[in-house]
Design a protein around this ligand. Sequence first.
Ligand code: 8X3
Length: 251
Amino acid sequence: MKKIVLITGATSGIGEACARKFAQNGDKVILTGRNQVRMTAIADELKAQGAEVLTLMFDVRDREAARQAIESLPAEWQEIDVLVNNAGLALGLEPEFEGNSDDWDGMIDTNVKGLLTMTRLIVPGMVARDRGHVINMGSVAGDAAYAGGNVYCATKAAVKALSDGLRIDVANTAVRVTNLKPGLVETNFSNIRFHGDEERAANVYKGIKPLTGDDIADVAVYAANAPAHVQIAEVLILATHQASGSVIVRK
Ligand code: 8X3
C-alpha cells in the first residue's frame, strides 16, 4: 500500500537516500530541510520518475516553523504513515572539556530537540489513526562514546532512549518505532563535523569501504514494509571493517 513518508534532513546523505528509496518503492514522500534549492532539485528529479513529492522548508530547530509547515500540509498529505527523523549532525571532535558550546547547541537542538519536535507534531495523528511508524536515526555512537565524540555520542544515546521511550508510550497502538544505528557512512557528515576541512573529512574514510546512504535507506524501507505485527525495534549497521564505534580496521 502506498504510504506517506516524511523525511527530515532530506537534502543530503542518509535523508536524501531515504527519500529516493521510499519514492522508488512507490510511496508518497514529503521532503523537509533547510536547503530549498537542493530540495527542489531532488523533488523535481523524483517527480520526473513518476513519484509524488512535496517539499517543506524549515529547520527542525525552529519549533514554530515546524508547526506551521506541518499544519500547512494539504489534506491529502496530512495522514503521515512514516516519519523518518533523520535530520542531525556532528560538530567537532574536541575533548569534552575543550568543546565549543555553539557546536553543542547545534547538535543537541537538532539531534535531540528537533527529533522531539517532529515526534510531538506527527505522532498524535498516528496514534489517533492507530497506524504509523517512526524511524529515528540513531547511531553506533549512541551505544558507547568514542574519543572526542562526547556530546554527539550523548545525543545519539538520547535518540536511543527516546526511541525506547516512545515505543513504550505507543505500545497499545499499532504504531511502530525503529532506531537505526549506522556506523561509518560516507556522506557530507565528516565534512560538516570538521567545519568544511575536506582533508580531515576524507581521512575518516581512508583505508575502509564505508557504508553509503543507500545502505541505510534499504534498512529503513525494509523496516517500514515489514508485516504489521513485526516491529524492527533497532538495527546496528556497520561497515564490514568496523567492529564498533571506536574500532575500525583500516587496510
Ligand atoms: C555516525 C557514526 O561513528 O561516524 O553517527 O560517529 S560515527
